[in-house]
Design a protein around this ligand. Sequence first.
Ligand code: TV7
Ligand code: CA
Ligand code: ZN
Length: 398
Amino acid sequence: EYGLERPRGYTVSFHYNPHVEYHHFGSSHPMKPWRLTLTKQLVLAYGLEYTMDLYTPRPASFDEMALFHDRDYLSFLQQITPQNMHRQEDILERYSFGGESNDCPVFEGLWNYVSLYSGASMHAAQNLLNHQSDIAINWSGGLHHAKKGAASGFCYVNDIVLAIQHLLTQHQRVLYIDIDVHHGDGVEAAFESTDRVFTLSYHKFGQDRFTSWPFFPGTGDITDTGPSDPTNRGKAHALNIPLEDGIDDDQYKWLFKTVTGAVVDKYQPTAIVLQSGADSLGGDRLGRFNLNIKAHGFCVETVKNYGRPLLLIGGGGYTPRNVARTWCHETAVCVGASLHNDLPTHIPYIMAFQGEENGGGILYPELHNTKRHENNNTTQKLNKIVERAMESLRYLEG
Ligand code: TV7
Ligand code: CA
Ligand code: ZN
């Protein structure tokens, strides 16, 4: 093992309030905040806490979240409980709660939960602004679907938008990159009228083989590059990379490096925010891709090597042990450490990793073996996507 000793030429900070772990969306709901417990346990077990500055951020306040969200929406979030929700069904619908899908349930401590993950993203952004860190990590954030006045897709408050707005107080150009398997629609929409934020999302797009619905949220085709009105400053400041089921490591790594590299060259961001949703891994309960942990981590490594202030945040990820593996690996990538494939044996939570069908006791199981999706991404289709992406970038001034 090497790289665990400090000092290094740059500082990494880890922003985490353990109270987020104790919130439950409901037993059948795919979003499991306890994946963050597993992540933290692995990070500690590998000794990575000695390589970073650790912070326990306070929850964000109402006024801080109102820098993006409507105050009436936040007031609703602040008072809604499982006990009183039945008396306000019309309001629930107005803010896209409940409904038959129940993507955004009302649960005990909801307000506390949203303030905790938002507070951590804002604190991480503040650390970058202060030059107290070069890379700031918040695995509890990354809730990219939340809108100004509505919840969407497991997301209630958009911590990413809040953090980017904070970065914009000192940075002229912020690049947002999103490798969650879902389209980062809420962040794209929030900054659609500015040229000071460029949003780039890689995601599954198109009809879903299992549900025959468009894959959630149904937006983010290659033709979506921001508003089309030529007087809108946000024109051409979004790029979407729509993908099919089953994309593999080599295809994704090539695509990510080629497209992201071109965006960085052209846009010259002064800060970068990377949403590292782990539902793009093979075997994810909701995802459709075949990525392994190291291919996912390659994206983090690539972005780290651009050498700009970096805010690294979580997002989706519905196979909790693999989420923890990935985010632990990516924490190590940030500090420049390599981790042994045998999981450390001296922690209580190791229990949770031993009895697995696939990957018991190891950090890097082959995820594409678990529940392989047929790969519908041909070289020809990917070349076409890159060609279209490069064409869109030509509309960027500079
Ligand atoms: C960032 N997919 C969030 C991703 C949000 C995805 C969806 C579910 C789902 C919800 C459940 C549940 C589920 C097994 C999966 C169009 C519908 C879906 C009819 C039922 N099990 C992120 C949101 C997505 C809730 N939503 O990007 C409670 O899957 O596809 C939809 C919407 C509405 C109609 N319904 C189908 O990763 C964090 N939801 C079990 C219990
Ligand atoms: Ca995405
Ligand atoms: Zn997702």
